[in-house]
Design a protein around this ligand. Structure first.
Ligand code: BG6
Ligand code: MG
Length: 212
C-alpha cells in the first residue's frame, strides 16, 4: 500500500496572492518593505514564523501580545479573502490526478502548515477527497520540521517510506526529506536539489511518475 501526501497552498489551490495582500497591509501599516519576493519566502512557513520574518530586525520592538494581535489582524484579512474561493480555484491537473490515484487504491492525505486548511478544502470542494488531513493546529511545528508529514503518514496507517509528498515550498521539500519520504517538487519548488522529481504543475504528473 502506498500513500501520497499533498501540501495544500500552492499545490492544490493558489492562495499566494491572498496571503500576499494580507501580509502587505500589515507591513505597510508598520512601514516595513514587503514585496512578492518576501512573500515567496514565506511559502510553507507558519503564521507566527512568517510574522517574525516580516518584522525582521524590528521583531524586538514588539511584545508577544502585540505580535499575536498583528498575526490575528493578518488572519482576519486573509480569512475575509478566502470567501472568494470556489471549486474553480483548484489548480490545473488536481481533479485528474486525484481520480487516477483513487482508482489505483492509493491512500491520500493533505499536510498543510495552515490553520485554515480545513476551511480552504471545504471552499474548493475537496473536503471528502482525502483519507486524512493534518493542518497547522494538528502539527504546530513549522516546516521544515517533518511533524506534519509524519502525522499524516500515521493517520494514513502507513510507514514514512511508503509515502510520497507533493510540495511547492523549499521548507516543505526539506520537511518531507526529514520525514524520510520521497518528494516531488511542483511549481515554485521545481528543480529543488533535494527533490526526487520536479514538475511545473500537477497537470504533468501521472500516478506512475509520482509513485516512482
Ligand atoms: C502555508 C502557507 O500553507 O500555511 C504559508 O504556504 C502560511 O504561506 C501557512 O503562512 C500558515 O497559514 P495560516 O492559514 O495558518 O495563516
Ligand atoms: Mg505550499
Amino acid at each position: 500500500m502506498r500513500g501520497v501526501i499533498f501540501d495544500l497552498d500552492g499545490v492544490l489551490v493558489s492562495t499566494d496572492e491572498l496571503h500576499y495582500h494580507a501580509w502587505k497591509s500589515i507591513a505597510d501599516g508598520l512601514g516595513i518593505a514587503f514585496d512578492e519576493s518576501h512573500n515567496h519566502a514565506l511559502r510553507g512557513v507558519s503564521r507566527m514564523e512568517s510574522l517574525e520574518r516580516l518584522l525582521g530586525d524590528r521583531a524586538g520592538e514588539f511584545t508577544d501580545e502585540q505580535k499575536h494581535a498583528l498575526a490575528a489582524d493578518k488572519n482576519d484579512r486573509y480569512r475575509a479573502s478566502l470567501k472568494s474561493l470556489t471549486p474553480r480555484d483548484r489548480l490545473a491537473g488536481v481533479d485528474r490526478l486525484l481520480e487516477e490515484l483513487r482508482a489505483h487504491g492509493v491512500r491520500m492525505a493533505v499536510a498543510s502548515a495552515s490553520k485554515n486548511a480545513r476551511e480552504i478544502l471545504d471552499r474548493i470542494g475537496l473536503s471528502a477527497a482525502f483519507d486524512a488531513v493534518v493542518d497547522g493546529v494538528d502539527a504546530p511545528k513549522s516546516k521544515p520540521d517533518p511533524q506534519a508529514f509524519v502525522l499524516a503518514a500515521e493517520r494514513l496507517g502507513l510507514e514514512p517510506p511508503a509515502c510520497v509528498v507533493v510540495e511547492d515550498a523549499d521548507a516543505g521539500v526539506r520537511a518531507a526529506r526529514a520525514a524520510g519520504m520521497r518528494v516531488i517538487a511542483v511549481g515554485a519548488a521545481a528543480g529543488h536539489p533535494e527533490a526526487d522529481d520536479s514538475c511545473t504543475s500537477l497537470g504533468e504528473l501521472t500516478s506512475s511518475r509520482l509513485l516512482g
